[in-house]
Design a protein around this ligand. Structure first.
Ligand code: SF4
Length: 348
């Protein structure tokens, strides 16, 4: 019954997003912690020393006062560094009944710990649970980009610890293209298949390394990939991905726009941030998207209730968005709901 209700609620939000603005966002991108053990060349989150992150009691208030999220993305930092990650997922399940919960990991936590936590999360009964393991190249290249020797083997071992859950848990690999891994996608997948024969190109999600002052804190930059390479990699992946699941159809369209974004920095579809999606960081700050520097407020200042965000600030940001005055981006956090709010775009 919950399955039917949650899927209908998500479908209804998606359909309504094609007709106009929504009264509440249905997708929450939540950075549960900025702690991270990695040393990535493309992201500076690992340099942060976060203090005052939201407690489980505060997250409980947030979920009970904003119960309309039917798609929850728990990201970081490294989410599995939060010892209460399972409890966080449980709060969303109890108070929001999401249809989709997706999560990320850098595979630097002990695989046995990730396994135990994911077994408990899967048991919560959320209909679609997805975990994305970051993987940016074959062993030597991945470990160089991530700055941690042995990280590639950590990815393999984490996947091996999770593979028994594959009936209930979708495992995908999140591959970020930068100038450090040109034309390495096919080699990465072939190498991974030697240790994980069930891996196929269709479970690879492409990202392009992007700048974000507020989130990745990487304005120092210098990592942009060659747009020709991005286009070739995305085109190759599209030829491999001919599936008809919702994920594969979304990925097909996402990959269609990634090359042009790398070249022009213009998204393929208009963002629906602060409409279909919103970003909450681990200290309670709210932003329209993970790529936006414009803080809407802090949940601690609005009684953990999005309805009580300062109306003037929200209206101002809506106007900036309407006039395309916010940073452009092409991330799965925001692009998926944006594509789903433009269903006719799937027809061509
Ligand atoms: S990309 Fe992920 S793993 Fe790397 S520093 Fe940023 S949050 Fe950490």
């Amino acid at each position: 019954m919950i399955l039917k209700r949650s899927s209908l609620r998500l479908a209804s939000s998606i359909l309504r997003s094609n007709l106009g603005r929504l009264s509440h966002p249905y997708k929450l991108n939540f950075c549960v912690t900025y702690q991270c053990q990695s040393r990535c060349l493309t992201c500076n989150i690992w340099k942060m020393r976060p203090k005052g992150e939201l407690s489980i009691a505060e997250i409980s208030m947030f979920t009970s006062r904003n119960p309309y999220f039917s798609w929850v993305n728990l990201t970081g930092g490294e989410p599995f560094l939060r010892r209460d990650l399972v409890e966080i997922a449980e709060l969303f399940q109890n108070n929001c009944h999401p249809h989709i919960l997706n999560m990320t990991t850098n595979s630097l936590c002990p695989p046995s710990r990730v396994r135990l936590m994911m077994e408990r999360i899967v048991e919560l009964g959320i209909p679609r649970v997805v975990i994305a393991l970051s993987l940016d190249g074959p062993e030597e290249i991945h470990d160089h980009i991530r700055g941690i020797p042995g990280n590639y083997q950590g990815v393999v071992e984490t996947a091996q610890h999770l593979e028994h859950l594959r009936d209930e848990l979708k495992i995908v690999f999140s591959y970020t293209m930068s100038r450090y891994n040109p034309m390495m996608l096919q080699k990465t997948i072939e190498g991974l298949r030697e240790e994980l024969p069930w891996v196929t190109p269709s479970i690879f999600h492409l990202n392009v390394a992007q700048y974000s002052e507020n989130y990745y804190r990487n304005e120092d930059g210098g990592f942009n990939p060659d747009p020709d390479v991005v286009e070739k990699e995305a085109e190759w992946l599209r030829t491999q991905n001919r599936g008809l699941s919702m994920f594969e159809i979304l990925e097909h369209r996402f990959d269609r726009g990634i090359g042009s974004f790398a070249r022009s920095h213009q998204p393929q579809v208009r963002s629906r941030e602060l409409d279909a999606t919103i970003f909450l960081d681990s200290t309670g700050n709210l932003y329209p998207s993970i790529m936006s520097n414009y803080r809407l407020g802090n949940v601690r200042e609005c009684d953990y209730d999005l309805e009580k965000l300062p109306a003037e600030t929200v209206e101002h940001v809506k106007k900036l968005l309407e006039h395309d005055l916010m940073p452009a981006h092409h991330t799965s956090c925001e692009a998926y709901p944006a594509m789903l709010a433009d269903l006719k775009g799937f027809l061509w």
